[in-house]
Design a protein around this ligand. Structure first.
Ligand code: F7E
Length: 342
């Protein structure tokens, strides 16, 4: 079989870097789209010498068309997004432009080029689309998004389905629940916690400030999920799949597990925004609540049911929650003291 070509949008992010690495190892020619930034961050992909980089912008339809026309990828993975849910409340219009209109621009380019099965699109849909729908959530659950991020992702989800039905495009949604790794951005809660705990251990800071400790998330491991994204595009027919672990933990659980790795047990006292997490032995305050970190509307509980992916793709996550915390902590225990010394 001839060598396949893939285009990954959002290649500089956690998922882009993980997927690029995975596809290169599978023998793909991998192209990555990065956006222009005055202060570029290519740290996650610096080691991928065979990755072919292109400037691109999800708000520029001509740019997207030209990239598809020149690269002619067999598979497109649309991972580019304004991915921070809280920030999307501050920049709802640009979130919609990137997360909703961006995928539409890809679909329009595919439609204009008249591609069918020979150019396949994976759209990074999100469990945020479920919003406040009762858990567990699967492909048949009614969507109730409650953030500009979630509503924009839902527009893209339906566009994928509509273009699939209307024009016969090969376009598929992966509805991925939260997935983390040591490459996760520090603005997301898991990495924020592991970085802070390692800095506390190294004596570089005293405490961490967090928002809603009671939010429940179904946290998996990014490598497992990007393998699932690839599997979704290998099916004969395009379809939509939930990828999740089926287990949910609170932010509070994550905090306790991360501190346990450095030998600290957290005792909680106080309520609401007065709540504090203290070191059981020394009584030092290690966790405080910052009301500014609460979202105007919050997704309270996400628990995914990935039985369709298991049945049809044979996909199931390999890394448990405890292993995820341990892996992220292990990486940051090495990285954090070094970065702060440099
Ligand atoms: O928040 C709570 C926060 O920002 C998780 C993105 O990849 O997954 C991610 O979205 C929970 C929320 O991820 C802090 O309120 C408490 O309940 O890590 P997060 P997210 O919003 O679930 C989905 C699937 C995506 O598609 C998104 O692109 O943690 N939380 N305190 C906090 N969250 C943050 N960021 N910072 C805090 O200090």
């Amino acid at each position: 079989m001839s060598q396949k070509t893939a285009l990954i949008t959002g290649v500089t992010g956690q998922d882009g870097a993980v997927l690029a690495d995975f596809l290169i190892k599978k023998g793909y020619v991998v192209h990555g789209m990065r956006d222009y930034s005055a202060v570029p961050d290519q740290s996650r992909i610096a080691h991928l010498e065979d990755l072919k980089l292109h400037y691109g912008d999800m708000t520029d339809g001509g740019n997207i068309y030209r990239l598809l026309e020149t690269i002619k990828p067999d598979e497109i993975y649309n991972l580019a997004a304004m991915s921070h849910v809280h920030v999307s409340f501050d920049v709802p219009e640009s979130t919609a432009n990137i997360n909703a209109m961006g995928p539409l621009r890809i679909l329009e380019a595919m439609r204009t080029m008249g591609v069918q099965n020979d150019m396949r699109l994976y759209q990074a849909s999100s469990s945020e689309m479920f919003g406040r729908a009762p858990a567990p959530q699967n492909e048949d659950t009614k969507f109730e998004p409650c953030s500009p991020y979630g509503t924009a992702k839902l527009y893209a989800y339906w566009s994928v389905r509509n273009y699939r039905d209307a024009y016969g495009l090969y376009a598929a949604n992966g509805i991925l629940f939260n997935h983390e790794s040591p490459l996760r951005g520090e603005e997301f809660v898991t990495r924020k916690i592991t970085c802070a705990v390692c800095e506390i251990e190294a004596g570089l800071r005293q405490k961490i400030k967090l928002g809603n400790l009671n939010a429940m998330r179904d946290w998996g491991y990014a490598q497992d999920y990007m393998e699932g994204a690839w599997q979704i595009l290998q099916q004969d027919r395009p379809d939509d799949y939930v990828l999740a672990t089926g287990k949910s933990y609170t932010v509070r659980d994550f905090v306790e597990r991360a501190f346990a790795v450095i030998g600290k047990q957290i005792i909680w006292d106080g309520e609401g925004i007065q709540e504090q997490g203290r070191d059981k032995i020394t009584g030092d305050i290690l966790v405080e609540i910052d009301p500014a970190l609460f979202r105007p509307t919050e997704v309270h509980a996400l628990i995914g049911d990935a039985s369709k992916a298991k049945r049809i793709l044979g996909w199931q996550p390999k890394i448990s929650f405890d292993d995820l915390v341990a892996d992220m902590m292990q990486a940051d225990r090495i990285m954090k003291p070094q970065i702060n010394v440099a």
